[in-house]
Design a protein around this ligand. Structure first.
Ligand code: RIB
Length: 302
């Protein structure tokens, strides 16, 4: 089953530091790199690296970063027929700071991602209609996200929405047609206006989304594991304890692996367990896409 990822492309500019600068202070960083990123691209790359056949629908820059991102997708054997480069628009860029404990802070400049309009999405409709799963995030215009969900409904294709970065104005009624809704605990809190510090609070907040009509809510909770909630059941999947060096893109690796496994097996719990192991492995290495294991490397630990 082919997977369509409709989402963002970014160039990640990453600095590793032991301490954040105070206002007005300049600090030298411990390490630095640039690499392909963007939540959509990361999820597409993770799924492709695990062997999925991936169609990526995205807007890249008409610039050097855009060229590098396209080459990256081609290297990963991703279907790039609808990786579009609107004239004169710059690539999306993410400025990322990773601290000593592996936690990250990210600022994004969406650039060409804002050009992925519903009209551009329509150009890819035939190719999307041939897929068995659509994956979405929120780094592209919100109207395009809603249009892609409608496209999924029209073609009877299940949709997985990762509501990241979170927006409090997401129209929950419009996203109820999604098969899977996969926020992390911070996104869940922003969406519901409820605290999500403890697992009990997370269950209460997720229950509100279920009451509003969402079907399968999967909450990723970093080192604490993930929770799957439906109206009838609640399942907890723990994650392996690892030493995190860089957690950037761990949530994306979870989604890419979940999608690849679910599209082969249809087994939600097994897909969550595998995705948990894949994401835990990714945080032990620096980088975002660079930290995603290939199928061969991962299956050695699988
Ligand atoms: O989820 C991690 C990603 O968020 C980074 O790669 C960055 O590009 C931002 O989009």
């Amino acid at each position: 089953m082919k997977i369509a990822v409709v989402g963002s492309t970014m160039m990640d500019i990453v600095s590793y530091t032991d301490k954040l600068p105070a206002a007005g202070e300049t600090r030298a960083v411990r390490d630095f790199h640039t690499a392909g990123g963007g939540k959509g691209a990361n999820q597409a790359v993770a799924a492709a690296r695990l062997g999925a056949d991936v169609l990526f629908v995205s807007c890249i820059g008409d610039d050097m970063f855009g060229d590098q991102c396209r080459m990256n997708y081609e290297r990963e054997a991703i279907d790039t027929r609808y990786v579009m480069a609107p004239k004169g628009v710059s690539n999306g860029v993410a400025t990322i700071i990773v601290e000593e404990d592996g936690q990250n802070r990210i600022l994004i400049n969406k650039g060409a991602n804002d050009a992925l309009t519903p009209a551009k999405l329509k150009e890819a409709e035939q190719a999307i209609a041939a897929c068995g799963l659509i994956i979405l995030q929120l780094e592209i215009p919100i109207e395009t996200v809603y249009a892609a969900i409608d496209m999924g409904v029209a073609h009877q294709i299940p949709v997985l929405l990762n509501p990241a970065p979170a927006r409090a104005d997401l129209d929950i009624e419009k996203v109820c047609a999604c098969e899977f809704f996969v926020p992390n605990e911070t996104e869940l809190s922003i969406l519901t206006g409820k605290p999500t510090t403890t697992v009990e609070e997370i269950k209460t907040a997720a229950a509100e989304l279920l009451a509003r009509g969402l079907k399968n809510v999967i909450v990723t909770m970093g080192a604490r594991g993930s929770l799957w909630l439906t109206k009838e059941r609640t399942e907890f999947v723990p994650t392996a304890k690892v030493r995190a060096v860089d957690s950037t893109g761990a949530g994306d690796s979870y989604i890419g692996c979940f999608a690849e496994t679910w599209s082969r097996t249809g087994d939600i719990l097994a897909s969550m367990r595998r995705a948990s192991r894949y994401a835990a492995d990714s945080v032990t290495k620096p980088g975002t896409q660079d930290s995603y294991a290939t199928k061969k490397a991962f299956e050695g630990n699988d």
